[in-house]
Design a protein around this ligand. Structure first.
Ligand code: NBG
Length: 868
């Protein structure tokens, strides 16, 4: 076939989105009596060929062998673990697709209201184990793979993590999808298909972090279904011309194609398999014919690569905004494609636009998808001829905004000239929204110019900037924080004026949660089985109603039960010790107290406090006599986490931790008393090994800075206790499990501003504030952990300014650590009781509860069981 292109048409305006309908979403035609007509061919032949879900072992081995032979074109002779993993994964994928098809078909038939979770990050980790657990087929696949000469656990270990996220925000999105499907909600996720996930972390000989790319798609990804038939055109740049009535025409610029990749999201013990749709970018035309004609082949090819660059890489920043044009384009590309797709689906119900919010709710995961607000306005006003006021009403009823941080450096602001360049039409719309909004403010508080300046969506300055959190707030029905304290701070600080304007009821809290499937059953099967036996409820029941953990509480007093419980922790610690030995060559004793701090490296999270505390402990032990040392409670301190590649101080902190670890581990006096480990390349899969093995975990942010934290929940759910500040979700955990079972320390949020003021205007030397800390700093400055000059910038942040209040909290931190040691050594039985009580009271922190709150209180969607 010869395709002809008319060169005169190239570069001209084309309709912005043309969606070719995919096979999903078609409905059967019906006869007059309502009977469905088989769409094509011989119905019997079709039905005989349709696959079910094999559940007996021989059908499963057949399915696996089929994929080895046909899909992979391999044989029993040349199959390694990776190949066997691929074959098993493909077979499980087939199972998922059966339910996925059915789920999507039933949604299309019944048209329930749907919710969409827009997130630039989905930190999924591995899929095989989770899919098997959710399908209830793990045992069968274990036997089947064994029959074929493989060990399922090894195959599970061959899978590469899908690291399409930075930290808590992205992992939360993944937990919410799992819970959405488990709670049988019509909930889809929308994100980007980054070709490179979060960088891999290596440690250089000098101890500093090195970043390597993560080309996770280099090995075939069985968990996605490419849908080359679902494509959407997205425009950037060009020119927007107003044509009256709030409308405009947007032409020219660059057009890029969004292609859908669908990731099935199975619910646990349900038929629901929801969808996560990830967009990939492709050049609109094979090449730019204009350049090609001119003989400029290089430029033609360049155009291609620039489209594909869009989804090349995940920005590696956590809680920090970067004003790069490519990032803005990623956001706009993803929002435009997702909205277009959502609208296409809405059009199938053939209802007036005013009813859009009765069929669609969209949750904005942080401000990253805020551009969806002007984009929906653009579609309604410019393309669908909806009057501005009606369009605004529809838009504000559709969106809901979750804020995940109050840190100023993380709040998104985009330079006006940049938006004007990349998205000229959206800038006009933002200005129009702002004008109408400020007029309403003026009506409410006439002549209050300060207030107008404060509340404007546009921040004055050079350049002007669009305040995305304000735009998201103005454009949404509800705004929520992610833990009580955080939601309170939002209302009192950054959104205070907006609370005055819109009223309190718009600003609510939904405390985060985690999925107990991955974060208990999957990562800690020993504990999960003991719980099942003890509370006498099947997993399929209690893993969906985590409040049933309460049933453990009476067993706290049962010494036989406690023994079993403690043994499981010990086994998990041995497992981690094995990992550390094999991968890092460090020997750790599993009878020591395991103290773990794993999270992104950030000054506000204060790994600094932990590392300084470790040095303090080291110095204290060094000063002891051998007899005294024998009485010390042995501790293994484990750190893990990545620093953003451009974050100098965070990287310096890693370097210091690694070198402290080296110094201490090389010191024979510390043997079996104090071991420090930095686990490189922290990931979801590593968390699954680390979390079940902790006795204590640290969540020690400066009060008021950690919006929620979610690993704190995971640790407690696995019988580890918290050492923490009165911050984020730590507070609610303590409320639930009883503050006797949490080790709290440090100043409270209320004190923070005054302390900062003091540091800035009335500084007192560290030597005076905390002699213990001063002694520690002196060791670093004296070169005990390597070149002192290298670490001086870190020491300086504490000596001067001390924005994160390390000096203020150091002494109470050391005290809290003493209490941990005492509690652990003095009365191990009492410790075990604390851990049992903690687990039994963690029911609140399931992401099932959280997602149901969003469903009921925000989206107004209903549970929609899928019948098969
Ligand atoms: C993070 C917070 C965490 C919180 C997660 C999930 C951002 C912007 N925020 O405290 O720092 O647990 O979001 O809500 O990544």
């Amino acid at each position: 076939m010869i395709t002809t292109i008319d060169p005169s048409k190239i570069g001209q305006a084309t309709p912005r989105r043309q969606h070719k309908r995919s096979a999903t979403g078609y409905l059967p035609a019906t006869l007059k009596d309502g009977k469905e007509i088989w769409p094509r061919g011989d119905e019997k032949a079709w039905k005989a060929g349709i696959r079910g879900i094999p559940t007996n072992v021989s059908d499963i081995t057949n399915a696996i062998v089929y994929h080895v032979q046909s899909t992979l074109a391999r044989q029993a002779y040349n199959l390694d673990n990776m190949g066997a993993y691929q074959a098993v994964a493909l077979s499980v994928r087939d199972d998922l697709i059966v339910k996925w098809n059915e789920t999507q078909m039933q949604y299309t038939r019944k048209q329930p209201k749907r919710a969409y979770y827009l997130s630039l990050e989905f930190l999924m980790g591995r899929t095989l184990d989770n899919a098997l657990l959710n399908l209830g087929l793990k045992q069968q696949y274990k036997t089947a793979t064994h029959k074929l000469g493989f060990n399922l656990e090894d195959l599970i270990d061959s899978e590469r993590d899908a690291a399409l996220g930075n930290g808590g925000l992205g992992r939360l999105a993944a937990c919410y999808l799992d819970s959405g499907a488990t709670m049988e909600l019509p909930l889809w996720g929308y994100g980007l298909r980054y070709h490179y996930g979060l960088f891999a972390q290596h440690i250089a000989p000098d101890g500093s972090q090195l970043e390597a790319p993560d080309p996770w798609l280099d090995t075939d990804n069985p968990w996605e279904i490419p849908r080359q038939d679902v494509t959407i055109d997205v425009r950037f740049y060009g020119h927007a011309e107003r044509i009256g009535n709030g409308k405009a025409v947007w032409t020219g610029g660059q057009e890029v194609l969004a292609v859908a990749y669908d990731v099935p999201i199975p619910g646990y013990a349900t038929n629901t398999v929801n969808n996560l749709r990830l967009w990939d970018a492709k050049p609109k035309r094979g090449f730019d014919l204009n350049s090609f004609n001119a003989g400029d082949y290089d430029r033609a090819i360049q155009e291609n690569s620039s489209a594909e660059t869009l989804t090349r890489v995940l920005y590696p920043n956590d809680n920090h905004m970067l004003g790069k044009e490519l990032r803005l384009k990623q956001q706009a590309f993803w929002c435009a494609a997702s909205l277009s797709d959502i609208i296409r689906r809405f059009k199938q119900v053939e209802k007036p636009w005013a009813e859009f919010p009765e069929y669609v709710s969209i949750q904005l995961n942080d401000t990253h998808p805020t551009i969806a607000i002007p984009e929906l306005m653009r579609i309604l006003v410019d393309e669908e001829d909806v009057p501005w006021a009606d369009a605004w009403d529809i838009t504000t009823k559709t969106f809901f905004y979750t804020n995940h941080t109050v840190l100023p450096e993380a709040l998104e602001k985009w330079a006006v000239p940049l938006i004007e360049h990349v998205l000229p039409r959206h800038l006009q719309i933002i200005y129009d929204i702002n004008a109408a909004f400020l007029q309403a403010v003026e009506r409410k508080w006439p002549n209050d110019r300060d207030r107008l300046t404060r509340m404007s969506l546009i921040q004055e300055g050079e350049p002007k900037q669009v305040r995305m959190a304000y735009l998201a707030t103005v454009g949404s029905t509800k705004v929520n924080g992610v833990a009580e304290l955080h939601s309170h701070l939002l209302r009192e600080t950054i959104l205070r004026d907006f609370v005055d304007f819109f009223g309190k009821s718009k600003f609510v809290n939904v405390t985060n949660g985690v999925t107990p499937r991955r974060w208990l059953d999957q990562c800690n099967p020993g504990l999960s089985n003991l719980i099942t036996d003890t509370i006498k409820k099947p997993k399929a029941v209690w893993l969906k109603d985590l409040t049933l953990l309460k049933g453990l509480e009476p067993f706290t007093e049962d010494p036989v039960f406690r023994k079993k419980w403690a043994l499981i922790k010990h086994t998990n610690k041995k497992h981690l010790a094995d990992y550390i030995k094999t991968h890092l060559g460090i020997t750790v004793n599993p009878t020591s107290l395991f103290d773990i701090m794993i999270k992104r490296i950030h000054e506000y999270k204060r790994q600094s406090l932990n590392l300084l505390g470790v040095i303090h402990r080291y110095l204290a032990i060094k000063a002891m006599t051998p007899a005294e040392r024998k009485k010390v409670n042995p501790r293994v301190v484990i750190f893990g986490g990545k620093a953003a590649p451009g974050y100098f101080m965070a990287k310096l902190i890693i370097r210091l931790i690694v070198n402290i670890a080296r110094t201490i581990d090389a010191d024979p006096d510390m043997k079996d008393i104090l071991t420090v480990v930095f686990v490189p390349d922290y990931s979801v899969s590593l968390a699954e090994i680390l979390i079940p093995a902790s006795d204590i975990s640290q969540h020690i942010s400066t009060a008021g800075t950690e919006a929620s934290g979610t690993s704190n929940m995971k640790f407690c759910l696995n019988g580890g206790l918290l050492l923490g500040t009165v911050d984020g979700a730590n507070i609610e955990i303590a409320e639930e499990v009883d503050s006797n079972n949490v080790f709290f320390f440090g100043h409270l949020t209320d004190a923070v501003e005054d302390l900062r003021h003091q540091h800035k205007y009335h500084p007192i030397a560290v030597e005076e504030r905390s002699p213990a800390l001063a002694a520690v700093l002196k060791e670093i400055e004296g070169g005990r952990f390597g070149d002192a000059g290298v670490y001086q910038p870190f020491v300086d942040t504490i000596r001067t300014g001390d924005y994160y209040l390390v000096t203020d909290d150091f002494d109470s931190y050391v005290e809290a650590n003493k209490m941990v040691d005492e509690a652990y050594v003095k009365d191990p039985e009492e410790w075990t009781k604390k851990t049992i009580l903690t687990v039994s009271r963690m029911g609140k922190f399931s992401s099932d509860r959280a997602i149901m709150t969003y469903a009921e209180e925000f989206w107004n969607i209903e549970q929609f069981p899928i019948k098969i």
